[in-house]
Ligand binder design. Structure first.
Ligand SMILES: *Cc1c(COP(=O)(O)O)cnc(C)c1O
Length: 384
């Protein structure tokens, strides 16, 4: 019996054929025929006027920071409980990330804490939909409207996911996705910027092409291209776009399978939650999640580490995250935490992520469930 790995990227089987097709076109730099297919798919899924494939979600967030014209003196509200790129992209432009605490049920940005963190310097709110469960976007949008702030969605976990029928990634003016191999739909390394506010579309095209109007030249709108704006090399190679297209064609099947495994875990741990031994993920009404990840919250760090160790002995690789950004070395150097993030600090010590990937056999899922139940069995008996 081998180990149950934490993640194994799904391969559809059509990737090789599409990559061969891309090579045969003789053009494997960015924005070729496969990028066109992938961005059309994204626009349709999200209902957005424009989408751009990027080398990563990190790069897409950097594009968002350039488009939002954020720099020194500007504050950007970001969750403290998220991956580094959510804040780093804005800090890299000289803006100040202002770290805000999490909601204890969804682990998403707490709108009440966001409201308290807004100052005259605030320019944008960046949300991250943890596990593809939507943030409280009505409350966030109301704050943004009142204070004239931009909303940027880091939707790395949220493809596809929805809030009251609205796709995540369609609500902010800008949204970003990740196609890293750990995400639902993947091409090794990759990402996308989705532009919902049409006023950003023309500049986004320039920012993606190193700050030039090269895309307009390829369309025959100008003979030569020139440097117009800030930008960088934010295109995804056609080799990766071809791989990604294979994944997009199967996105619904991938999501359905991830949600199926998510539900198996969720049902298997009902009694552990009732016994007060764990807290399961909470999915508020109206949220259609992506099945991106499954986690349990233990009572404290000692119990959490004990579970990860017990699972390791049972051949199951479980992990944890995130170190709250506000208390990280770079977070302290480049950002500001207006009030202590007690919820996120506690979550970070209590969280266990379980293996969840397409291709897990029933026996693999069973081993994870039994591993968790065995580790907590003594206390469950005690409780009964
Ligand atoms: C994975 C992830 C990213 C970064 O994605 P890359 O494509 O690896 O740059 C950003 N934000 C969140 C929330 C993520 O989970």
């Amino acid at each position: 019996m081998g180990e149950v790995p934490f993640n194994r990227p799904r391969l559809i089987g059509t990737e090789h054929r599409y990559v061969d097709e891309a090579i045969a076109t003789g053009k494997i730099s960015g924005n070729g025929i496969f990028a066109a297919r992938c961005t059309a798919w994204l626009r349709a899924r999200v209902g957005a006027p424009a989408a751009f494939l990027t080398p990563s979600c990190t790069a897409a967030l950097e594009m968002a920071a350039i488009l939002a014209d954020l720099g020194p003196g500007d504050e950007v509200i970001v969750p403290t409980f998220t991956f580094v790129s959510t804040a780093n992209a804005f800090a890299a432009r000289g803006a100040t990330p202002v770290f805000v605490d999490a909601d204890a049920r969804t682990l998403n940005l707490d709108p009440a804490a966001v409201a308290r963190a807004i100052t005259p310097r605030t320019r944008a709110i960046v949300v991250m939909h943890y596990g593809g469960v939507a943030c409280e976007m009505d409350a966030i949008a109301a704050l943004a409207a009142r204070h004239r702030l931009l909303v940027i969605e880091d939707a790395a976990h949220a493809l596809p996911a929805a809030l009251n029928g609205r796709p995540l990634g369609s609500i902010g003016q800008l949204a970003t996705f990740s196609f890293h191999e750990t995400k639902n739909i993947q091409c090794g390394e990759g990402g996308a910027l989705v532009v919902n506010d049409p006023s950003f579309v023309a500049r986004a095209e320039v920012v993606q092409e190193k700050g030039t109007n090269r895309s307009a030249m390829f369309r025959g709108e100008t003979d030569r291209y020139t440097w117009l704006d800030l930008g960088s090399s934010y295109l995804l190679s056609e080799v990766s776009a071809a791989f990604l297209w294979a994944q997009m064609e199967e996105a619904d099947a991938t999501t359905a399978e991830r949600r199926r495994i998510w539900s198996l875990y969720h049902e298997a741990f009902v009694d552990l939650e009732q016994a007060g031994l764990v807290q399961r993920p909470s999915v508020p009404p109206g949220c259609e999640h992506s099945g991106h990840l499954y986690y349990l919250l233990l009572a404290d760090e000692h119990e959490r580490d004990g579970l990860i160790d017990a699972l390791a002995r049972a051949g199951v690789h479980a992990t944890s995250h995130y170190v709250p950004l506000g208390s990280s070395p770079a977070g302290r150097r480049y950002g500001r935490e207006p009030e202590p993030a007690h919820v996120a600090e506690a979550l970070s010590r209590r969280l266990v992520r379980l293996p969840l990937w397409v291709g897990m056999e029933s026996a693999d899922v069973g081993r994870v469930i039994e591993g968790v139940r065995d580790a907590l069995a003594a206390r469950l008996l005690h409780h009964a």
